[in-house]
Design a protein around this ligand. Structure first.
Ligand SMILES: [Zn+2]
Length: 856
């Protein structure tokens, strides 16, 4: 059987021109025959197949076991429980004192440290496949260069930054590969199914997660990054749009202005080595175009604000065995060879430039301290907004980025906010990580260049809706104390209450509902006597009444409320169901929350990011078993089995008119449709009139026959940039009386704004709980015309149709899993959509004014 298997592989692989590891390596490599080659472990030559993650791990472990130059460590696990590997390669002698060398390096007097990171985008797989060759080369080569390099350096290899995505893609590429390679770009092998292998398990882009650190891959990596603080970090990708290989520098005018200019000079110096290596191989390449170093959440940009040099590489994607391109037929082997070439040129360049790189890093943090002193303020203060768990999410991010803060110990008043001791933190500007800290906190509204590869703003306190301010003096502070658990609930109480403003209350609600506990939500605020004294409770507070539960549910509610209090949620026990002020617990102002069963729509046409972000909130945070159905299969589904239909950003062309009619009937029967971005524009085409003709949209006739103002052809790119909203932060105002805003205490809420969706205003005066302010831009770039289009307009609209509801979001409230300030709007749509009452005023025609002769 084994022989037969080998024979099949041999037959399949035979039509490719196989290339042994030695053939990939430079001519002077002189590999030690005692070190296992990739092909000796895999059974095939690198480049013939796409390596699956388990085989990659197998090779790296075999290599580490055989070579005294290689040590290997599992730094964490992905959601799918794949190990995240880190290889440390250095001379055998250095291996014995690796920890000492690391310390010496951090003290500014150690070896060169280079970090090679591969294929953060799982379907840009040439990197991970090349990582085996790079590791083999360093482990086996007896050349003078490698001996000298390993005596004076530690090379860290992260062979697969995104194992779950790599594996998803390898399965696709291998299972669609033929015996005969197909270079036709339209064949199935080159076009992945939805969702592609680019992203991680929840379909997030890990190459945007270096700042927010939402995912285990990023969290494990950032710890190692700061443990090692490499001089150079390389980031190997693939691209589909350009004929040549890209390496940095990117567009110089789009480099983040917080990055020191010397970083660009060193990047240019390294580029000489890459260019020479590419020229020797006759490979076309380019720099200073298309890509940039602006958003610090990318792997090649985060190092730039931490004293390292980050370098992005972009090989043309083959996505299969070979591809017909404008350069001719290019093979996966060529792609792998290029990534290896750029790994070796990075090592050669950084070794040659080691003294400059070391001096740059040693001076970096001192330069940042100097920068801190030049700022006209001394500290940031940031409050918990009455929700310590949300603040903890933000502070945890600071911890991972090695940023220092202390608990505020005195009351601080600013123009807009009062910060209380114990409920706010002081982040002094005078600290080693000031560079990164400023990059996380700043609100930049103007830019040298208005084109952005990714978002133009990410101010993290705004994303978490935490009040913050700069201060001219550092207020008194104390060491942070461990957060204590709340009062345990009194099992004999007739009712318990939990405020909705806390980050973790929704997960507790879901747990209660899953245990068949009857939970009510306060529609009005009230005050009551509790075990913690008299308290005021806002609308949105959850109330569990003992008397209406089954014995099982009552038992469960004791457990869940008790566990929640232990975990830090404020759970209050009431002495009576009669309140002091406001409605009593048995009144109609406490509405029962029915369990929810949402249907999340995915599939081709939808944004996998957008669907993944909702999946993540529902599954990971709220622990709802969520059904995901491709829009192409939606007509086979009985919508009436579900309470919510969730449509993320995307095109919904597959939804036929017949299905649209079913959706409208389902809404009228009580279904809740929640739409985001382009899905919201799509939802505006649903027809609820009994006469469909009444829905015919009258296309506004194009009447402007005015002559177009002539523009230079070369102005097009800039003009287009002005029309793109790549990602900015804008201010909105909440109607705090609306159930969709329950849990918010301050009327102003920062929103993430991307794309150009503008909602059609509602005819109902009570249906716009969130509206952009008239001067909304808080941070980032939005062109004047685009900004004008949504000033003062609706950001969220919730309209009743029959028994049901349509909730349209102009923008994404769960962007990349770190916009936890707006996440609650989405969660409210899930749980509180059902308690929104109709708000149709009765028909009223004002009577004609009587003619009354004026007296006096
Ligand atoms: Zn990429």
């Amino acid at each position: 059987m084994r022989i037969l298997y080998g024979l099949v592989i041999l037959l399949l692989a035979s039509s490719l021109s196989a290339r042994s590891a030695q053939e990939y390596l430079p001519p002077d490599a002189d590999p030690d025959p005692g070190i296992p080659t990739p092909e000796s472990v895999l059974g095939w030559d690198v480049g013939d197949w796409h390596v699956s993650h388990d085989r990659l791990v197998q090779y790296m472990q075999t290599l580490a076991a055989a070579s005294p130059r290689v040590s290997i460590k599992v730094i964490g696990y992905t959601y799918e429980q794949r190990p995240l590997l880190q290889l440390a390669i250095t001379s055998a002698e250095n291996q014995g004192k690796l920890e000492t060398l690391r310390q010496q390096h951090l003290d500014g007097d150690g070896p060169l440290v280079v970090w090679l990171g591969y294929s953060v985008h799982g379907d840009e797989a040439s990197g991970s496949n090349a990582s085996m060759l790079a590791a083999y080369y360093l482990a086996s080569s007896r050349s003078d260069f490698v001996n000298e390099l390993l005596d004076g350096s530690v090379v860290l290899i992260d062979p697969s930054i995104n194992p779950d995505g790599l594996n998803r893609f390898a399965s696709w590429a291998n299972s669609n590969a033929g015996k005969m390679p197909v270079s036709d770009p339209v064949t199935r092998e080159h076009i992945q199914d939805w969702p592609r292998g680019r992203t991680n398990h929840y379909w997030f882009d890990l190459n945007r997660d270096w700042l927010p650190l939402v995912h285990p891959e990023s969290r494990a990596r950032i710890v190692e990054y700061h443990r090692w603080l490499p001089h150079l970090l390389t980031d190997y990708h693939e691209q589909g749009g350009y004929p040549g290989f890209f390496f940095q520098p990117g567009v110089p005018s789009r480099q983040n202005p917080l990055t020191p200019m010397e970083n660009l000079e060193l990047t240019r110096a390294l580029a000489q080595y890459h260019s020479q290596a590419m020229d020797r191989a006759g490979q076309p390449h380019f720099t200073e175009e298309a890509y940039d170093d602006f958003y610090y959440g990318k792997g090649s940009t985060y190092p730039d604000i931490n004293g390292s040099i980050g370098i992005l590489f972009e090989q043309r994607a083959i996505r299969g065995q070979e591809l017909r391109t404008s350069n001719g037929t290019e093979t996966f082997q060529m792609a792998v060879a290029n990534q290896l070439r750029m790994s070796l040129s990075s090592l050669q360049g950084s070794w040659a430039l080691r003294e400059r790189l070391k001096a740059y890093q040693s001076g970096f943090h001192a330069a940042m301290l100097e920068r801190a002193q030049s700022r006209n303020f001394s500290a940031w203060v940031i409050g918990d907004d009455g929700d310590p768990a949300r603040a903890r999410f933000f502070l945890n991010m600071l911890d991972l980025h090695q940023i220092e803060y202390r608990l505020l110990a005195e009351t601080v008043r600013t123009d807009s906010h009062e910060f209380s001791p114990g409920h706010a933190w002081v982040i002094p500007v005078r600290q080693r990580q000031f560079g990164l800290l400023e990059a996380m906190m700043e609100q930049r509204p103007r830019f040298e260049d208005n084109t952005f590869y990714d978002v133009s703003a990410w101010t993290l306190p705004l994303a978490n809706n935490l009040p913050f301010a700069t201060l001219n003096r550092v207020p008194s502070s104390a060491a942070a104390i461990e957060s204590s658990s709340g009062l345990p609930p009194d099992a004999n109480s007739p009712a318990w209450a939990v405020r909705w403003n806390q980050l973790d209350t929704p997960a507790m609600l879901q747990e209660l509902l899953a245990a068949e506990v009857k939970v009510r939500v306060a529609i009005k605020s009230f005050s009551a006597q509790t075990n913690g004294g008299p308290r005021i409770f806002e609308a949105g507070t959850l109330v569990v009444q003992a008397g209406i539960q089954t014995p099982d549910a009552l038992q469960k509610s004791h457990e869940i409320l008790g566990d929640s209090a232990m975990a830090g949620l404020d759970v209050y026990s009431f002495g009576s169901t009669m309140t002091v002020v406001g409605p009593d617990l048995g009144s109609r102002h406490f509405k029962l929350i029915k369990p929810i069963n949402p249907l999340l729509v995915g599939g081709s046409g939808t944004s996998a990011y957008g669907v993944g972000e909702q999946w993540f909130v529902l599954d990971y945070h709220l622990q709802i078993p969520v059904t995901i159905v491709e829009q192409q299969r939606l007509d086979k589904i009985n919508l009436w089995d579900y309470t919510h239909l969730l449509l993320a950003d995307g095109e919904y062309d597959s939804i036929t008119n017949g299905l649209k009619k079913a959706i409208t009937r389902w809404i009228k029967d009580g279904g809740i449709l929640v739409t985001i971005n382009r899905a919201s524009s799509w939802a505006e085409s649903l027809c609820f009139e009994s006469e469909p003709d009444d829905c015919e949209v009258v296309e506004s006739a194009i009447t402007d026959n005015e002559p177009v103002t002539a523009r230079a052809y070369s102005d097009f790119v800039d003009d287009k940039a002005k029309q793109v909203i790549g990602g900015a932060i804008v201010a909105s105002v909440l109607d705090l009386s609306h159930p969709l805003t329950f849990g918010y205490r301050r009327a102003e809420l920062p929103l993430f704004r991307r794309g150009t969706t503008v909602l059609e205003p509602s005819n109902n005066a009570y249906s716009t709980p969130v509206r952009y302010t008239s001067n909304p831009l808080l941070a980032g770039y939005i062109g004047d015309d685009r900004l004008a289009a949504f000033r003062g307009q609706a950001a969220v609209i919730a309209e009743k149709q029959g028994e049901g509801l349509i909730i349209r979001f102009a923008n994404n409230p769960v962007f990349r899993g770190f916009w936890r300030g707006t996440e609650k709007l989405f969660i409210n749509a899930l749980y509180f959509g059902q308690v929104i009452d109709p708000t149709e005023l009765p028909e009223f025609e004002p009577p004609p004014k009587p003619e009354i002769p004026r007296q006096q």
